[in-house]
Design a protein around this ligand. Structure first.
Ligand SMILES: Nc1ncnc2c1ncn2[C@@H]1O[C@H](COP(=O)(O)OP(=O)(O)OP(=O)(O)O)[C@@H](O)[C@H]1O
Length: 190
């Protein structure tokens, strides 16, 4: 799907496995003046889901309704809109995937009230590049940022560098630096 690629109305998806830092980075981007849309909150607040998967402790989003609602919310906004969600790559055309090495990700998720099974499911998904692969399948332009052992502020600088490159219309150098497929976490599940 594709909402907005004309430069007066650009939608950028910030995606990644849970725990890779999307929301932490998004809050900082909001402080920097970007329009942020927190999709998980929107789905919960407006009941934009078709079922509750109790086994996996998650909501199954109704993507058609989510897509329509996002169009309504940001369709006419000028400037850059950023969607924070592990599903953002199903909506935006330009997508930034946050990545975290498995050991770091497990440490971050251990701080949450998650079951062991849910932690391992997410770590395994990160090892197998699940969100990255989906992003490349769905989106025209994908960038990847490693958050491992870094401060969220440094990741924000990377995101802003990517946005500048995209807005300039000549992102060859930036694309080279943040090209998808740069990290191999597959050793993490061996
Ligand atoms: N470089 C980093 N960038 C972002 N967050 C980081 C970084 N290093 C450590 N963290 C920590 O990792 C955690 C990431 O949680 P956060 O809720 O931002 O992730 P998320 O990807 O939005 O997860 P979810 O999809 O479940 O909402 C936070 O506790 C944050 O402080």
């Amino acid at each position: 799907m594709f909402i907005g690629a004309i430069f007066s109305n650009m939608i950028i998806g910030l995606t990644g496995t849970p725990g890779t830092g999307k929301t932490s980075v998004s809050r900082l981007l909001q402080e920097h003046g970007y329009n942020m849309l927190y999709l998980t909150d929107l789905i919960k607040d407006e009941c934009l889901y078709s079922e509750v998967d109790e086994g996996r402790d998650t909501l199954v989003a109704d993507m058609d309704r989510v897509f329509s609602r996002v169009c309504e919310l940001v369709g006419d906004d000028e400037g850059v809109n950023i969607i924070d969600s592990h599903m953002a790559h199903h909506i935006a055309d330009v997508v930034i995937v946050l990545r975290t090495a498995p050991s770091d990700l497990r440490e971050r998720l251990n701080l949450r009230d998650y079951s062991d099974a849910k932690i391992e499911e997410n770590v395994e998904a990160e090892c197998l590049d699940v969100i990255l692969v989906e992003s490349v399948e769905w989106c025209q332009k994908v960038y990847e940022i490693d958050t491992t052992g870094r401060m969220a502020e440094d990741v924000v600088s990377d995101v802003e560098e990517i946005i500048s490159g995209v807005l300039s219309g000549n992102d060859a150098e930036v694309y080279q630096k943040y090209m998808p497929g740069s990290f191999d976490w597959s050793g993490g599940i061996l």
